[in-house]
Design a protein around this ligand. Structure first.
Ligand SMILES: C[S@@+](CC[C@H](N)C(=O)[O-])C[C@H]1O[C@@H](n2cnc3c(N)ncnc32)[C@H](O)[C@@H]1O
Ligand SMILES: Nc1nc2[nH]cc(C(=O)O)c2c(=O)[nH]1
Ligand code: SF4
Ligand SMILES: [Mg+2]
Length: 242
């Protein structure tokens, strides 16, 4: 089947995270995840609560919807989820976006490989730290990085680790040490994914950002790194579709 299970298409907005933070982009959010992170801010993609909202769409229909929403005001689309890497059918969407001169970014956790990864312009791999309660399969992650390297795609790749506490920070060090040539991003954990108030979310995030900066500044294992909060959460809190 080459249809794609889609939960959200939205934008234009700014990429709030990681290697192309601030970039004007549209989002396509797919349904389904092989993980169930304790603090996932997109639980509706895998916990069944939004299963009625899943749209099985062709690549053509997705691009048509993106154009309805964004007209000519975008040239970049971020595919996130859930885990889009569960879906072979994303291949055709990436090709169609490229045919339309639109760049493509991907958010994934590094638990599955897809051959279409080598076509992604901005590929973010985000292994999950202990606070998520998930276990990284290092063999799979190694294999993904190896394949990207074989295809000369590391210049299009970044690693991003969400950090909530000291234990997560040790995990981040480990990931950075293993793959030290890949641009590395530390992302502030959002502890308030149920909070409706924008100011409350922003205040808490800024406090956590300060803590994370302080930790990283004095850490000699985290030198060639970038430390970022989720910019969209600072602006819009936990609102969906931004
Ligand atoms: C919802 S996930 C979807 C893509 C993919 N499943 C992944 O985790 O990389 C998108 C990004 O949001 C991050 N994220 C999810 N919940 C978060 C939270 N509570 N605080 C900070 N970042 C979070 C993930 O780590 C990931 O980098
Ligand atoms: N603005 C904005 N930036 C994002 N970066 C990664 C997101 C995601 O949920 O994958 C995300 C999102 O949902 N919104
Ligand atoms: S891997 Fe991503 S989408 Fe899946 S549960 Fe974790 S944060 Fe959520
Ligand atoms: Mg998000």
């Amino acid at each position: 089947m080459n249809k794609i299970p889609v939960l959200e298409i939205f934008g234009p907005t700014i990429q709030g995270e990681g290697m192309v933070v601030g970039r004007k982009t549209m989002f396509v959010r797919t349904a389904g995840c092989d993980y169930s992170c304790a603090w996932c801010d997109s639980k509706f993609t895998w916990d069944g609560s939004a299963k009625e909202d899943i749209n099985l769409m062709t690549a053509d229909a997705i691009v048509q919807r993106l154009k309805e929403l964004g007209n000519n005001t975008f040239d970049h689309v971020t595919i996130s989820g859930g885990n889009p890497a569960l879906l072979k059918s994303i291949d055709g969407l990436v090709d169609l976006l490229h045919e339309n001169k639109i760049e493509v970014a991907l958010e994934t956790q590094g638990s599955r490989w897809q051959d279409w990864f080598v076509k992604i312009d901005d590929l973010t791999i985000s292994p999950k730290p202990p606070s998520s309660k998930m276990e990284t399969n290092w063999t799979v992650l190694d294999d993904i990085i190896l394949r990207l390297n074989q295809h000369h795609r590391l210049s299009h790749t970044s690693l991003k680790v969400v950090v909530f506490d000291q234990t997560d920070l040790r995990f981040a060090e480990e990931v950075h040490q293993c793959y030290s040539s890949i641009p590395f991003y530390l992302q502030v954990g959002n502890e308030d994914v149920e909070e409706a108030g924008v100011d409350q979310v922003a205040n808490r995030l800024l406090k956590s950002y300060q803590w994370l900066i302080d930790q990283v500044m004095t850490n000699d294992r985290l030198n060639r790194v970038r430390v970022l909060p989720q910019l969209h959460a600072l602006v819009w809190g936990n609102r969906r579709g931004v």
